[in-house]
Design a protein around this ligand. Structure first.
Ligand code: SAM
Ligand code: SF4
Length: 333
């Protein structure tokens, strides 16, 4: 029998990592994530309140979750996020609390977030060129995001991780610039393979720049070998350092080398649906349970049941692959 404080799926994977989406709204329109227009936001009543989110987080912590990441949509658009961060940072059993953001509101919120107990941050940055940044995100906010990144470092959130989704023919020519940045400043650049999950994202296999190719292009540019620090671990990112000691880069190879067999995560969407895979076609409605007066035990039973049904893996590279109906921003990337 499973330990009552452990969530285990039918393949023996232990789930200890929860991503919570606090909002589906976003002030950017990254091409690979959501369309320019026509996105319908959840109504206020559909969103989980902070009290509801706190209860769900606590139940997960009692089930053995030790890592929480807040995401969205754009999580810093949710009012007073630092108050929720303070709650989570004091929650028994939570050892790792992190946030993924587009960085737009970071300069003004970094201090409050750090005071509330945030330790780690990932900022999405797909280009180091302001015009290109505008092309990808459909927003002319490069300088403001960069200021947010610098402020996060000054507030003690360093080394800031910068997430870059590379798309062939769009921004893959920036691989050398990203490599130079990783070697000259205390940032960890993480290259995320382009996945077929956004709305009208133009995804096709040939637009994915595989991690293997990026490694080769970085080594060609720098003339320095990349040495694995951690590969195929319990984190999706494979970490590499430069052989001469200057800098580190990471690779999330969801398409070319899926980490499904090691996946330890589940997600709760802003409207309280539990998803056991980014590409799940089924969800479990935790909001309905919470709002119908279910006990913690009943919520735990629903979570255990969903985790037991966790998919073996996504099917991106297989003929039967079906895209989830929700976009990445609606799921919580
Ligand atoms: N708005 C925040 C941000 O952009 O960091 C948090 C939410 S966003 C959905 C989380 C992450 O998902 C970002 O790093 C983004 O680059 C990534 N993402 C979104 N769509 C993607 C796609 N089609 N393929 C790969 N990564 C994607
Ligand atoms: Fe917004 Fe993040 Fe999606 Fe870009 S990737 S549109 S910033 S949710």
């Amino acid at each position: 029998m499973n330990d009552p404080g452990t969530l285990q799926d039918s393949f023996g994977r232990v789930v200890n990592n929860l991503r919570i989406s606090v909002t589906d709204r976003c002030n950017f329109r990254c091409r690979y994530c959501m369309p320019e227009e026509g996105v319908e936001w959840l109504g206020k009543n559909q969103l989980l309140t902070y009290e509801e989110l706190a209860r769900i987080a606590k139940v997960f912590s009692e089930l053995g979750v030790t890592k929480i990441r807040l995401t969205g949509g754009e999580p810093l658009m949710r009012k007073d996020l630092h108050v929720f961060v303070r709650y989570l940072s004091g929650l028994t059993g939570i050892e790792d609390l992190a946030l993924t953001t587009n960085g737009y509101f970071l300069a003004e919120q970094a201090q409050d977030l750090v005071r509330a107990g945030l330790k780690r941050i990932n900022v999405s940055l797909d280009s180091l060129d302001p015009l290109r940044f505008n092309l990808v995100t459909r927003r002319n906010h490069f300088h403001r995001v960069w200021e947010g990144i610098e402020e996060a470092g000054r507030q003690g959130l360093g080394p800031v991780k910068l997430n870059a989704v590379l798309i062939r023919g769009v921004n893959d020519d920036e691989i050398p610039r990203f490599a130079d940045l990783a070697r000259s400043r205390p940032f960890v650049i993480r290259f995320i393979e382009f996945m077929p999950i956004g709305a009208d994202d133009g995804w096709s296999p040939d637009r994915v720049v595989s991690s293997g190719e990026i490694i080769r292009r970085i080594e060609d540019h720098t003339g320095v070998r990349l040495v694995p620090v951690e590969r195929h671990g319990f984190q999706p990112a494979d970490r590499y350092r430069f052989e001469d000691g200057a800098g580190e880069v990471g690779f999330i190879s969801s398409v070319s080398e899926p980490f499904c067999s090691h996946c330890n995560r589940v997600r709760v969407t802003a409207d309280g649906r539990l998803r056991t895979c980014l590409f799940s076609l089924q969800e479990t409605d935790l909001r309905a349970l919470v709002r119908s007066g279910a006990s913690d035990e009943e919520i735990k039973t629903a979570i255990r049941g969903a985790v037991a049904r966790k998919e073996a893996g996504h099917m991106i590279n297989q003929p039967g692959f079906v895209r989830p109906e929700r976009t990445m921003s609606q799921i919580g990337g």
